[in-house]
Design a protein around this ligand. Structure first.
Ligand SMILES: [Zn+2]
Length: 130
């Protein structure tokens, strides 16, 4: 059976920002190869710079998110981790975690972070219990 691996949200955003930096440098590097075509080189450089700027913004955003994240000790690996939203995964062992007692023991689903989905989920669960 294929096992789903959940990534902690902060780690996910972080790897996205890192990817952007690499993409940005990739584009600028591509610009060097197209230096004979001026407009193409300019386009590559602009895209590259935009990627790097965007990644800086994303890094800044992670910083903001981290201050809002709830620091907890992971019950599985006992390392300190941070949680974003009600449902998140441990940064170290990827153990699914929840802050919501109602959701404890439920199947891990990132959709549970959305209020609308969670209300429907709880409603459905209550009607099943009856
Ligand atoms: Zn852990």
């Amino acid at each position: 059976m294929a096992q789903l691996v959940y990534k902690s949200k902060i780690n996910k955003i972080r790897s996205f920002a890192l990817f952007l930096i690499f993409a940005g440098f990739g584009f600028m590097y591509g610009g060097i190869f197209t230096r004979n075509t001026e407009w193409l080189m300019a386009t590559f450089f602009v895209i590259g710079i935009l990627c790097v700027i965007f990644s800086t913004v994303v890094y800044f955003w992670i910083g903001m998110l981290s201050t809002k994240a709830v620091p907890i000790i992971c019950p599985n690996c006992e390392k300190p981790t941070k949680m974003l939203g009600r449902v998140d995964a441990c940064m170290h062992c990827k153990q699914p975690l929840t802050l919501d007692k109602d959701l404890e023991g439920e199947e891990f689903d990132e959709k549970l972070n959305s209020g609308k989905y969670r209300r429907e989920f709880n409603k459905k669960r209550r009607s099943e219990k009856k």
